[in-house]
Write a new protein. Structure first.
Length: 282
């Protein structure tokens, strides 16, 4: 149950890396603008001191995050509202470099399950082939929307797999999986990918051993279960082979993964391993 609360707390509100980006953006505003943003986000109830701008924002966001983790939905909505408030004042995204704080915020939010989107207000009138006149470029309108489809509970799936691995006695796989989840929560995408791979290999190897596999390779263990029609149906086994294939590229190498890819990999492999353990009776 402790692990379940840990997952839910981290996955359903904003993570520390996201708060850090929000603080970096907020301190570029004036003190009055910061207070207005906190009021607009209904986070002014967390104001307890008015020292430096950085200390003010840091204290409010951390206190609001703690409240959200304890089930305060208004605090969670306030954090998202504050994030949206911080998008005001940015130049048009097309005019910003890839390292701009706006794109850092977009990537950080994506890792937390939210997509920062914007509407381009530019009005263009065609004047001929491959030419146009820009009539107006007004303020960009930003939106923050959840990335998960309705009914998809990533936190519940993660908590469920942790419990299954523990009950099966797969301690090595469980340790790797906890490292993968922790790294994903802290936006270390390549490290998360790198820890998922040995978890998947250890589980498939141990399950295949139960059904007579004597080899040493996780990939061959999957092929054994598919070819011998053991544990899983053939078509379902091909899905496992696909999961094995995607667990190898873009692993623990800097710059080879991003929030969207890492979250997708976590959800797919988590779901497949859970079903494999269920089929095998663990």
């Amino acid at each position: 149950m402790v692990g379940h609360r840990r997952c839910l707390a981290v996955m359903q509100t904003l993570s520390s890396p996201t708060l850090a980006v929000l603080i970096k953006i907020a301190v570029t505003r004036t003190a009055k603008e910061i207070h207005t943003s906190l009021l607009a986000a209904n986070l002014d109830r967390f104001i307890t001191e008015t020292s430096s701008k950085e200390r003010l924002v840091q204290t409010v966001l951390m206190d609001a995050r703690r409240a959200a983790q304890k089930g305060d939905n208004d605090a969670h909505r306030g954090l998202l509202a504050f994030a949206k408030e911080q998008t005001s004042g940015f130049r048009h995204p097309d005019e910003l470099g890839p390292e701009a704080l706006l794109f850092q915020l977009k990537d950080a939010l994506l890792a937390d399950g939210y997509d920062l989107q914007w509407e381009d207000p530019t009005i263009r009138t065609d004047t001929g082939p491959d030419s146009w006149i820009e009539i107006d470029r007004g303020p960009v309108v930003y939106h923050i929307r959840p990335t998960e489809a309705p009914g998809v509970e990533m936190a519940a799936e993660i908590s469920g797999l942790e419990a299954q691995l523990g009950a099966a006695g797969f301690q090595i796989a469980l340790n790797h999986y906890k490292q993968a989840v922790d790294n994903l929560n802290h936006h270390n995408y390549e490290a998360s990918n790198g820890a998922l791979r040995p978890m998947l290999e250890d589980v498939t190897f141990r399950v295949a051993q139960k059904y007579g596999y004597t080899g040493t390779s996780g990939g061959n263990a999957i092929n054994f279960m598919v070819d011998q029609k053991k544990v899983v149906p053939e078509k379902w086994g091909r899905l496992m082979q696909g999961a094995w294939d995607i667990s190898h590229p873009d692993g623990p190498h800097p710059g080879r993964s991003n929030a969207d890819e890492a979250r997708f990999r976590m959800l797919i492999i988590t779901s497949i391993v859970r079903r494999l353990l269920q089929h095998a009776g663990f």
